[in-house]
Each structure stands twice: as C-alpha cells, then as structure tokens.
Design a protein around this ligand. Structure first.
Ligand code: ZN
Length: 134
C-alpha cells in the first residue's frame, strides 16, 4: 500500500482499542466479512451509513440496493467521502474503496451496478454504522 495521510490518523494500538476484532481485521487488515453475515445487509430504513472508524457519512440509504451478493451494496457514495486504490491481491485487479477521512478499508467498487451510476459499491457491513433518520 502507498503511504498516504488522512485527516484522521490513529496508531495501530488505537485502532485495536476502537474497533471490534472483526472490524479491525476488515478495516485495517483489508479483510472481507463472510457474505450475508452482517445485519446491515437487510437494513431498509431511511438514513445514512457512517464509517465505523471515524463516523464520517459515507452512503445514503436511498443509494443502497439489493445486489444479491451478501454484502451491502450502494450505487454511489456521499460526495468526497471515499477514495479508491488499485487492489491486485487474489490474482485479480479490483478497485479498493476506503474512507477518505481515516483511510479504513471499506470494500470494493465494480462497474456492473444499476443506473444511474452503473457502479456497485460492495461494502463490508462491519465497516459501517447506520444512523436512521426516522
Ligand atoms: Zn473513516
């Protein structure tokens, strides 16, 4: 990974304290949760999904769609909330998605999503905290 500075930086020790072991594995170790394992997959209320690492609003509920993959999927992020990098792990070239504020790994983005963006942000539910608006 390239060394990049983010508005929010924490030491590895702080991350371990702040996050659950599963969140730490996914968000700081570029892991992937088991598909269908997160309750947020079935979250249908209106609201905003925030970063579990720094509470930045990342995805609005009206950009969420059912992709059938077992991971929460979104059409597009809140403007400026996420950044991407090229991920060449697992013998694939994928576009990795991370929080623009704290650098935590969120998931990947694919170009096979529904309109209007045509994008599918495939996000680990443990990396998100849902704030319902109603
Ligand atoms: Zn964050």
């Amino acid at each position: 990974m390239t060394v990049e500075t983010f508005p929010i930086t924490r030491t590895d020790e702080e991350w371990q304290r702040l996050l659950t072991p599963e969140q730490y594995r996914v968000m700081r170790g570029h892991g992937t949760e088991a598909p269908g394992s997160c309750a947020l997959l079935h979250e249908k209320r209106r609201g905003v999904f925030h970063c579990a690492g720094c509470d930045t609003p990342l995805f609005a509920s009206n950009d969420k769609f059912e992709s059938g993959t077992g991971w929460p999927s979104f059409n597009e992020p809140e403007p400026g909330s996420v950044e991407t990098s090229v991920d060449r792990s697992h013998f694939m070239v994928r576009t990795e998605v991370h929080c623009a504020h704290c650098g935590s790994h969120l998931g990947h983005v694919f170009d096979d999503g529904p309109p209007p963006s045509g994008l599918r942000y495939c996000i680990n539910g443990v990396a998100l905290v849902f704030h319902p608006s109603e």
